[in-house]
Structure formats: structure tokens, C-alpha cells
Design a protein around this ligand. Structure first.
Ligand SMILES: O=P(O)(O)OC[C@H]1O[C@](O)(CO)[C@@H](O)[C@@H]1O
Length: 571
């Protein structure tokens, strides 16, 4: 589009007009049309995707596909895959898909096949993981390193944590990680460090500092904290044995004191929140589970990536998911989405996707800087079912309309059957998965309640309007491969939304302002505590709060500097 935004397109306007038609329908009636439903259930590489409970008809989907065409979606997907610098404000390509490509694939960036570099790093990770896991790599006192603490924040933390929590309950992955532990340290809150290091011994711990930039304040402070924890017990030389790094900034890794030989690279064409399939996730997960298990995860992502790149839009799961999200957010006016895995192992899916989505698409201007005449981005949150049912589902059923993603699996990784119970524990879980989607769609009418002889005064309270959209994703089982498929499905869905809205989903300028203001506060706190300097240069409110905060702290002016650590740090 030469000028203006996607909202100027005829396809956009047509969809706006179509909202009125949809508002005349109820999901209760739409679900009676079996032909419609049949067209809205797709199966790809073992995953069933059912969007028949969306407030949409074949005409809606057709309208959305025209919108995709107006937004040049196919061209944008191809531009991403062909290494064009589609992250224009940072002048970078967006090629996280290359991270999971098989060894013999070719993906070009600036005329270079990046798959070769990807595999050089994967080979290095594999070799290192084998050395560590076999006990060939030993710590400063000669002991094998069985515990890994991965320090990182945002994309350098949430993705690896999500995959780790998903694999933790997979029996084969469990077997591979016997006798080992993997912990994460992200928050700069000293309590997080005390939790991460609790009970660990420096002698058997390897710290992995994960930071794309190697400048992130929280990560670097936690890295220095762990370095002090190690050196105070094992001496300065122990760093080379007990600390390694993942970064695109190998110069700063070296300056920090980590041997560049023990650093694992990735590239500026990998966005932080899209980096879990780079060394950011692959290294710590391989140290814990072995490289082969992590490779299965990469293969799952690649399978869905290939489907995304090569399948016509109308059958393409990430595309359909993305278009329906645009429909819900922008046209039907539902700004939020609930991610509801009926799988405890997917407990960190929502927090991870929350970052991928909200940091990617929470933008106010189009890629050319034009202010958007609509609100892009989506509020994403979620909890595993059935826990969420006893928390926020009340609001979803009778309060606000929040489109839901229900995710379940056919098989459980930990089946429990008990004599005398009607169903297995997993069947009980999945009964809720199936029931909730229909409860939201159909609701319960006044007539239904009257037929049940419900007391008249209670009828209004017990009515469920229904007509609340959801979609269902059914995996064959939860394992490394399907976790990879799911990740790619969501990552690519989020890219599709951004491509259609016409925004840059791959920069994150919105996180900068808070960071720079924190620098000013940090130096004020330092001046106040070490030199008793007065609080100045802030507005009334911040000055008041800072003074109150400082009143409760001990001044260290005129005293000898010393390290202070919680007792958990002393092993
Ligand atoms: O990996 P880094 O450079 O430490 O950055 C951590 C995170 O901070 C952000 O830059 C901003 O939140 C994320 O995009 C990124 O994942």
C-alpha cells in the first residue's frame, strides 16, 4: 500500500461491514451447521486445530483472506524467509526460523547461508553438553558439574523456562536428566538469586549467562552476583570452569571474564523473544536433557515452520490463527485472549507467549511511522486448566468476552488410572477441556433454567449468554516434538497479526524509557546511600517515595565496603 494503513483498504472496510452480520448470529446456531464446522477443522502433522467456535462464517474467513491479500501477507512471509531486513527500525533481518533448519537447508542473509553458522553453533553445543554430561568437563575442585543455573531475562529466560517445564514431565526427558538440575535466575530481586542458588554448591554448579546484548542491567547484576558467589568460595580462576555465556556480543562476554571459547553465539537476526531455538534455549536445555532431546524440539518447530511457509493461506494454521486474532481484536473488539492449556506441563506457555505477543505487537504506529487508526496488539494471559477454572473463568463465562485458546493432548505423559473411578485422571482433565469450549459457545438460557425449575430470583444470575469464542488445539501427546510445533504455531501466528496490522513486530522501543529513567534513580540511590546526598531532580511524588524508601535503609556512608549475601548463598 503506497500511503495510509491497512485500515484504508477495501477488504478492511468490507470486514467492518460484515461485523453487523456476525452480530446477528449466535454460536449456538453456527455450530448447528456441520458443513461449516467441517471446514473449520484442520489436521496438520498430528495436530488437530478446530476454530468452529469462533464467531466467524465462511464469509468471514473469505473476508480475512482478502485482508491478508491487501496486507501482502504472502509477500511479507516470503520477505522474512528470504532474509530481507523487515525489522526496519533496527535494520535487521528476522530469521529465527533458520535456527531450526536441518543441516542441509539453505537460508540466505546478506548472501550467506546462515544455516551453516547455526549448525556450527549447534555442533559446539552438542560437544560441550556431552563433555559436561559425561563428567569430562569438571569444576575447579575436580567435581563433575551436575547443576546448571541459567541467568537471563525476557526472551533470554521465558522461552527456555517454557520448554524446560514442558519437558520436565516427559518420561524420556526425565530419564535423560536424572541426577541433574536446571534452574533459572531472571529477576534482579535478590530473593530470586537466593531461590535459584538455594542448596547448590559452587563446586558442582555451572552458571550460564544468557543475554543477547550482554548489557541488560538485571542479567549483568545477577551474573556479577553469581561470579562473586563462585569466586568467594573457589577463587578467581574458577570462573573459566564454572561460567559460560550465550550472546551476540562476544566482546563484552570476554570483558566480563568468561573465556570466549566457552561462549555460544547467536546473531542479530534473532529477536530476543524469538531466541529460544538459538543457543539461548538449546544450550541450557541440552546441558540438562542432552542435545538429541532438544533436537526433537527443533524438528517440531521446523515442521510447523515448513507448513507455515508452504501451505496456501486458507489451510495454513498460523495464518488462520493470526487472521482470526485480528478479527477478534480489531473487528469484534475483544482486546484480550486467554491461553488455557489443559496440561500442567504447559504452565509456562502463557507467560512465554505473553512476551512474544505483547512485546511484538504492542505498537502504536505502522511500520512507516504513521499513527495507527486502530489499536494493535493483544492482551495475552492464561493458566493451565483446570486451575484457571477456579480463578478467572467466572469473568470469561459471565463477564467480559475473552476469546480462549484451549490446548489439550490425546495422551498423558503421566497416566493415572484408579479402580473405582469413572475415568482416568487425564480423562477427567480432558472432560473439562471439551466441556468448557461448549459452555462458552452455547451458554444457558432463561428457558433452560426455567425448565430446571430454578428459582425466578436466581435466573438472571444463572443465565450464561454464550456466544463466546474459542478455538481448540489437540496434540497427540505432549513431548519435545509437539512442544516445538506449538511454539512455532504461536510465534508465526503473532508475526501474521503484525504483518496484517502493518506494524514492525520485531523491534521493542517501548521498553527503553523505563530503563533509562531507572538509570537516574539508580545513581540517586547510590549517592544517597554512600554519600548521604539529598534526593533531588524528581517530581514531588517520586521525591516523596524515594525519601520514604531511603528512610528505611541503612546509610553506608563512612563505612568499609563489604559483600552482604543471604545465608542460602553459603554452601
Ligand atoms: O537478551 P538480553 O539482551 O539480555 O535482553 C533481554 C530482553 O530484554 C528485552 O530487550 C526487552 O525486554 C527483550 O527483548 C529481551 O529478550
Amino acid at each position: 500500500m503506497a500511503k495510509g494503513t491497512i485500515a484504508d483498504s477495501a477488504a478492511w472496510k468490507k470486514l467492518q461491514g460484515h461485523v453487523e452480520d456476525i452480530n446477528k448470529t449466535h454460536l449456538r446456531d453456527l455450530l448447528k451447521d456441520e458443513k461449516r464446522c467441517q471446514g473449520m477443522i484442520k489436521e496438520v502433522d498430528g495436530i488437530v486445530f478446530d476454530y468452529s467456535r469462533q464467531r466467524a462464517t465462511a464469509e468471514t474467513v473469505e473476508g480475512l483472506l482478502s485482508l491478508a491479500q491487501a496486507a501482502k501477507l504472502s509477500e511479507k512471509i516470503e520477505a522474512m524467509w528470504s532474509g530481507q531486513r523487515i525489522n526496519e527500525t533496527e535494520d535487521r533481518a528476522v530469521l529465527h526460523v533458520a535456527l531450526r533448519a536441518p543441516r542441509d537447508a539453505e537460508i540466505l542473509c546478506d548472501g550467506k547461508n546462515v544455516v551453516l553458522e547455526v549448525w556450527a553453533t549447534l555442533d559446539k553445543i552438542k560437544a560441550f553438553a556431552e563433555r559436561l554430561r559425561s563428567g569430562d568437563w569438571i569444576g575447579a575442585t575436580g567435581k563433575p558439574l551436575t547443576d546448571v543455573v541459567a541467568i537471563g531475562i525476557g526472551g533470554s529466560f521465558l522461552g527456555p523456562l517454557f520448554v524446560h517445564s514442558a519437558l520436565e514431565t516427559d518420561p524420556s526427558a526425565q530419564e535423560l536428566s536424572k541426577g541433574r538440575s536446571l534452574r533459572f535466575l531472571s529477576n534482579v530481586d535478590p530473593v530470586d538469586a537466593s531461590i535459584a542458588l538455594k542448596g547448590l554448591s559452587q563446586e558442582t554448579t555451572l552458571v550460564v549467562v544468557v543475554s543477547k546484548t550482554f548489557t541488560t542491567a538485571e542479567t549483568m547484576l545477577n551474573a556479577r552476583t553469581c561470579r562473586t558467589w563462585i569466586t568467594s568460595k573457589l577463587g578467581a580462576d574458577a570462573v573459566s570452569k564454572h561460567m559460560i555465556a550465550v550472546s551476540t556480543n562476544l566482546k563484552l562476554v570476554k570483558e566480563f571474564g568468561i573465556d570466549p571459547e566457552n561462549a555460544f553465539a547467536f546473531w542479530d537476526w534473532v529477536g530476543g523473544r524469538y531466541s529460544v531455538t538459538s543457543a539461548v534455549g538449546v544450550l541450557p536445555l541440552s546441558l540438562h536433557y542432552g542435545f538429541e532431546k532438544v533436537e526433537e524440539f527443533l524438528q517440531g518447530t521446523w515442521s510447523m515452520d515448513q507448513h507455515f511457509r508452504n501451505t496456501p493461506l486458507e489451510k495454513n494454521l498460523p495464518v488462520l490463527l493470526g487472521l482470526l486474532s485480528v478479527w477478534n481484536v480489531t473487528f469484534l473488539g475483544y482486546p484480550a485472549r486467554a491461553i488455557l492449556p489443559y496440561s500442567q506441563a504447559l504452565q509456562k506457555l502463557a507467560p512465554h507467549i505473553q512476551q512474544v505477543s505483547m512485546e511484538s505487537n504492542g505498537k502504536g504506529v505502522a511500520i512507516d511511522g504513521t499513527r495507527l487508526p486502530f489499536e494493535a496488539g493483544e492482551i495475552e494471559f492464561g493458566e493451565p486448566g483446570t486451575n484457571g477454572q477456579h480463578s478467572f473463568y467466572q469473568l470469561i463465562h459471565q463477564g467480559r468476552t475473552i476469546p480462549c485458546d484451549f490446548i489439550g493432548s490425546v495422551k498423558s505423559q503421566k497416566p493415572i488410572y484408579m479402580i473405582g473411578e469413572k475415568v482416568s485422571n487425564h480423562d477427567e482433565l480432558m472432560s473439562n477441556f471439551f466441556a468448557q469450549a461448549d459452555a462458552l459457545a452455547y451458554g444457558k438460557t432463561r428457558e433452560d433454567l426455567q425448565a430446571e425449575n430454578v428459582k425466578e430470583s436466581l435466573v438472571p444470575h444463572k443465565v450464561f449468554t454464550g456466544n463466546r469464542p474459542s478455538l481448540s488445539i489437540l496434540l497427540p501427546a505432549l513431548n519435545a516434538y509437539t512442544v516445538g510445533q506449538l511454539l512455532s504455531l504461536y510465534e508465526n501466528r503473532i508475526a501474521v497479526q503484525g504483518f496484517v496490522w502493518g506494524i514492525n513486530s520485531f523491534d521493542q522501543w517501548g521498553v527503553e524509557l523505563g530503563k533509562s529513567l531507572a538509570t537516574k534513580v539508580r545513581s540517586q540511590l547510590n549517592e544517597a546511600r554512600t554519600k548521604d546526598a539529598p534526593v533531588q531532580g524528581f517530581n514531588y511524588s517520586t521525591t516523596y517515595l524515594l525519601k520514604h524508601y531511603l528512610k528505611g535503609k541503612t546509610s553506608v556512608a563512612n563505612s568499609d565496603p563489604k559483600n552482604v549475601f543471604p545465608s542460602e548463598f553459603q554452601s
